[in-house]
Design a protein around this ligand. Structure first.
Ligand code: NZQ
Ligand code: ZN
Length: 384
C-alpha cells in the first residue's frame, strides 16, 4: 500500500427527515445565509418551502441565489461571489446536485479574494485556503460532490470545463426522498457517473492487489445491482438510498486511498461538455467502453479482474478474452439501463469540431496507457 493521509471533514446526515431535525441547529452560529439553488426543481418538490421555513424559524437573514445551471459557468460563480460580498453572507447553503454544490464551492473561495480564482488555480497553480463556510443539501445524487473539495466549472470564454478546488461542505444532508422527483433519465445518468468514478479510480495505479480496489469492486457491483433494481421499481426508497450513499462513497476519498486515479474518461467528457454542454453521465456512458477498448491491451490483467469481480465472467479461454468480455458487459449494461451508446443518441452533431475537443483535453497518466491527442480524437470519432 502506498503512503497516504486521509481525512474527510464533511459530517453526513443520511436519511429521511434529517434536514428538519438538524439544519436549524447546524446554522446557529451564522446570521446571514445564502440559499443557493438551481433552476427551480426545489420549488416544485417542496424542498424549498421546507428549507426556507427552517431558515425563517431560526431567524436567519436569507439571501437567495438561484438559477445555477447544469454544468455551472465561471460567470455564474462571479455572480454568486458578488452577492456574498454585497450582503456579507457568512454561510452558503447549497441545495441541489453537483452543479449547485460545485458552483458554491468556488463562490466560497472567490468571495474571499479580489484575485481571479481561475487564473490563480489554472495558470499560477495557487490554491485557495480561505473560504466562506458552506453546507450541502443533496437533491440529486451521482457526483459525490458533497464530500470533497473539487468543483467542475465551465469557463465559457476559454472553452474549458475543468476541476477547481474550493470549499468542502462542513455538512451534507443526504435524504433519498428528495431524489424522488428527479427525472428518471437523470437518476440513471447520475448513477452511471458514480460507476464511472469507481472505474476511473479502480483502473488507476497501482493495479496490483490492494484493499481500496477490493472495496471498489463491492461498490461497483452494488451500483450495477441497484441501477438494475431501479429500472423495475423506480420509487424504491432502499434502492435510491443505496445509490445515494454509493455516490458519496465513490468520491469521498476512501476508494482513492493509496491510489493514483485516472479520470481520463472524465477529462474527455469535460471538454466535450465545454463544447456541447452535454449531460455529464450520458457523455461518460458513451466514452467509457470506447476508451477501454483502446487501452485494455496495456492492462489486460486488471481488465480481466474487472470482468471477473464486477461482471461475474469466468468462462473465457484467455485473459485477453476475459478483458474484452468485461468491456462488452459494460457496454451491454449501458444499453440495458437506457443510457446512450453514441453521441448521436445524445443529440451531439457529427459536425462538432472533435479535433479541437481532443486537442484541448487534459491527458492523465493514471491508467495503463497514456493517450495522445490523436488517440483521443480516434476515440471521439468512434463515439459518433
Ligand atoms: O436546476 P434544477 O431545477 O434544480 O434541476 C436539476 C438539473 O436540471 C435537476 N434536479 C436536481 N435535483 C432535482 C432535480 N429535478 C427534480 N427533482 C430534484 N430533486 O437535475 C438536473 C441536473 O442537476 P445537476 O446538479 O447538474 O446534476 P449532477 O448532480 O449530475 O451534477 C453535474 C455537474 O457536476 C459535475 C459535472 O461535470 C456537472 O457539471 N461533476 C462534479 C464532480 C465533483 N464535484 O466531484 C464530479 C463529477 O465527475 C462531475 O464532473
Ligand atoms: Zn463524474
Amino acid at each position: 500500500m502506498n503512503n497516504f493521509i486521509y481525512e474527510n471533514k464533511t459530517k453526513v446526515y443520511f436519511g429521511k427527515g434529517g434536514v428538519k431535525e438538524y439544519l436549524g441547529c447546524l446554522l446557529k452560529n451564522y446570521g446571514t445565509v445564502m440559499l443557493a439553488y438551481g433552476g427551480g426543481s426545489i420549488k416544485k418538490n417542496g424542498v424549498y418551502d421546507e428549507i426556507i421555513g427552517i431558515l425563517h424559524s431560526a431567524e436567519k437573514i436569507v439571501v437567495e441565489f438561484s438559477g445555477i445551471m447544469p454544468n455551472p459557468t465561471y460567470a455564474k460563480v462571479q455572480e454568486g461571489a458578488k452577492i456574498v460580498r454585497d450582503n456579507n453572507v457568512d454561510f452558503i447553503l447549497a441545495v441541489g446536485g453537483g452543479s449547485v454544490i460545485d458552483c458554491c464551492k468556488i463562490i466560497s473561495a472567490q468571495a474571499k479574494t479580489d484575485e481571479d480564482i481561475w487564473e490563480n488555480e489554472i495558470v499560477k497553480k495557487k490554491f485557495p485556503t480561505d473560504f466562506i463556510p458552506m453546507g450541502a443539501v443533496v437533491t440529486v445524487s451521482g457526483t459525490g460532490s458533497e464530500m470533497n473539495a473539487g468543483a467542475v466549472i465551465t469557463n465559457e470564454a476559454e472553452k474549458i470545463k475543468c476541476g477547481l478546488f474550493g470549499a468542502q461542505a462542513d455538512f451534507a444532508f443526504l435524504d433519498p426522498t428528495y431524489t424522488m422527483s428527479v427525472p428518471f433519465e437523470q437518476v440513471i445518468s447520475g448513477a452511471f457517473d458514480t460507476l464511472s468514478h469507481a472505474m476511473e479510480t479502480y483502473f488507476g495505479k497501482p493495479s496490483e492487489n490492494n484493499f481500496s480496489d477490493d472495496i471498489n469492486e463491492a461498490l461497483m457491483r452494488g451500483v450495477i445491482k441497484n441501477m438494475r433494481a431501479l429500472i423495475n421499481d423506480r420509487d424504491n426508497y432502499n434502492v435510491r438510498s443505496e445509490l445515494m450513499w454509493a455516490s458519496s462513497m465513490a468520491e469521498n476519498g476512501i476508494l482513492k486511498i493509496g491510489k493514483i486515479t485516472d479520470f481520463q474518461a472524465h477529462q474527455i467528457e469535460h471538454q466535450l461538455g465545454a463544447y456541447t454542454n452535454c449531460n455529464h453521465g450520458k457523455g461518460l456512458a458513451v466514452i467509457h467502453p470506447v476508451l477501454y477498448r483502446h487501452i485494455y491491451k496495456d492492462g489486460v490483467e486488471k481488465f480481466a479482474r474487472f470482468a471477473k469481480s464486477v461482471w461475474g465472467i469466468y468462462d473465457r479461454d484467455s485473459e485477453e478474452e476475459m478483458a474484452l468480455a468485461g468491456i462488452n458487459a459494460l457496454r451491454n449494461f449501458i444499453k440495458e439501463v437506457g443510457l446512450p451508446t453514441n453521441f448521436s443518441q445524445m443529440g451531439i452533431s457529427e459536425n462538432t469540431d472533435f479535433k479541437v475537443i481532443a486537442d484541448s483535453t487534459n491527458i492523465t497518466a493514471g491508467c495503463c496507457k497514456k493517450l495522445t491527442h490523436e488517440e483521443i480524437l480516434d476515440i471521439l470519432n468512434e463515439c459518433i
